[in-house]
Design a protein. Sequence first.
Lengths: 538, 292
Amino acid sequence: MSEQRTFTRRQALKLMGVGTLGTYLAACASPAAPAATTDGSGDAEMPAGEKKTISISHIGGGSLEASEKSQRMQLLRANFPDIEIENRWVSYGGYLDKIPVQIASGDLADLQFCNAFNDIPLMMENEIIIETGPLLEEYGQNIVAVTPAKAWDSTIYDGKQYAVTHNIYDLNIWCSQYRGDWLDKLGLGVPETIDEYGEVLRAFSNSDPDGNGKKDTWGRLLYNSVRFDDDFFHAFGVAVGHHLNGFWRERDGQLALDWVQPGMKDALAWMSDVWADGGFHPDSISIPLGQKDNAFHASFAGNVYTSWNSIDFAQDKIRTVDPDAVIVAGPAPAGPGGRGYTGEGWPWCFVIPITAQWPEDCVRIIDWFFTPDIAAQIMCEGVLGVTNKGLNENGWCVEYTPEEKAAMGDEWANKQNEVQDISVFWGLWLTIGTLGGVQPFPTFPPDMKKHFEDMLAAKYSENALAAKDLSQEYLLLTEKARPVAAEKEFWPGLQTRFGEFISQAVAGAIDLDQGWSEWLDFFEKNGGPLITEQVNQI
Amino acid sequence: MVAARSFRFRFETFLIYLGLGIFAFVAVTPFLHTIARSFSAEAPILRGEVYIWPVGFSLDAYERLVFGGTFWLAYRNSFIITTSATLVQMLMTILCAYPLSRAYLPGRNFFMTLIVFQMIFPPSLIPFYLTVREVGLIDSWGSLIWPYAINTFNMIVLKSYFQALPKELEESAIIDGANDFRVLLHIMLPLSVPVLLTLTLFYVVANWNLFLPAIFFINDGNKQPLQVILRDMIWSMQLATQTASADDFERLAGMEALKASSVIIAAIPMLIAYPFFQRYFIKGIMLGAIKG
């Protein structure tokens, strides 16, 4: 009689099957209930001997480690020894993908970086962030003192404020820039009117401004497939809005979207004419975001609409191809509808979720960065003592001038490489920004203010500073304060349809009259009136 | 007659080679273009002068990558994640596929229905994220390994392969006293090398290209895999063009070549792996598919 086996083949197979089933069931199990949360009405009691913990989610630095090395993070930790700062660094790309999941799951940091236009409507819908108005009044007076009043508008819901802070660094920095040397060669001046502007684009494309005998230059490469070209749209009294986000202005006592105004049709007709004459580079209709400056830098486009403070860099870059290149900024071209450059406003902000245990401390932390003495240490570009000069005898940061950087040669490049990871938004993304795009605070004492104004003046060329003035002089902002509920359902469809329509209209792929009529019809039947109604109810 | 047939045969062969040649050209050209960009100076790239041969030969981009901040860290991370995850996945896939391939497993159809059901209706992102968070895997490489321990499609391929092997081999081993583990280890697996290597390749490629799970589950930049770092580099550049920080702009110099060289360096391990697996890849996938 054979010996009985204690562990049979059948038993082993059963075990494997049951194990597999168990694994699958475990993976499919419903999650545990979320942790208990506070109502955000005030700080919780702190057990004796324990430190408070505040998490901060931000996009500064190329990694968590780099963020930890930054001056901002080290200052923060040193100044708040009673608080354990949990650094929840996230890359910008990661933030974009992750924030919808965080909002849906309620998994936000105590101080959560976000976009007022894209993210806060979702947060409000999910009721996961707290009102900050009373907290700002009590603990955030430094923030309030330096933030433009209009910046807060996008995070007010039902008369209550929901952001701790908005970016005060200036995104209203756009202006039209030209190859001054090409204008001189062609005997043209910087255009003042939309007609002159059209002539310049045509001449840049068709009159061989670089004098090489080839037809290899263009007037302009449009920015991100006609999603960023408001400089000449404003000449017709309308704008597309950056990132195709729309532009609203008051008409007959009501806010109305520019996309359905007659001026839009006029603007498209003008663009279509210039397109037919070769004034725009043919890649304009499909150019992805971030590529449009390439044509300007590579010296085959003579005009670009971009930020004023890139002008010196652009000139240096173009001179690697054409040593005689000169970049000059111009005013917004004037037309029958006026003139203007679109500003992007103040979209970036920090909010506090309902799960935050110490909301008062959250506001205190951000407010501390806005005190003049601290802001004066951190508002310079560069990493302290490496890619800037460090602090002066007053404790204010000092940048290298362009001449000093040039004199350093390879040493400057090495310094940049050394701290390139920390340099991404200076290791801790703050709404303060850096000197490149921000003015000294109005709360700065006069001598401190002068220090930074002088530094700003030394940092840029005369042409760049003139461009800065132009970008401010012609600045226009959309009058719609924030997204409305109907946008969630209807706006993506309207955006897609309008983007399609204007691309086809500019390239002459459709009959403009028919396309315009179909677009208006689409707007009427796909939520346009409802969005307009809600925008006017804010 | 023979001559005519020969001519026709040669003409058809010529057409086949021509078609394949065009296909190969279309497939390879973007890759050659990327290689050319990675070795080119910035100005010719911006002017659109680079096609499939470098213009203004430069190694700057590769130097910056090699001596740059997080790139090699990310490379190492990807290597560790790929190796660990593939080992776990192959082990779990084998252990799941073998019992399910045996007709005498009680409830086999029930188990298969469950498995196929979740393949057709996978869990949605938010509950999945919450589950990973609740079991404490956030910010750990475990979050990129354990939730993905079995790919259902791969498991079914392997199960089909096991089923197709002659039963007599297993029966003779059992008569000789082998238990199920010995049958699996010494009979089934040695006979399944082509499909095992094919599935390994599937897993390796998927793990090497891991992206969204890392975005969702990993916060610490020092733990991010290569693909995430590459995407971050591109995003940083685009963001810098909007925020227009002067120093950011200086760092952007040479970014186009840097992007191209990143792609090339990221692709190298897969380019090396494919030729070794190719022979088994074709054989393995065909057998699994036909005999399913």
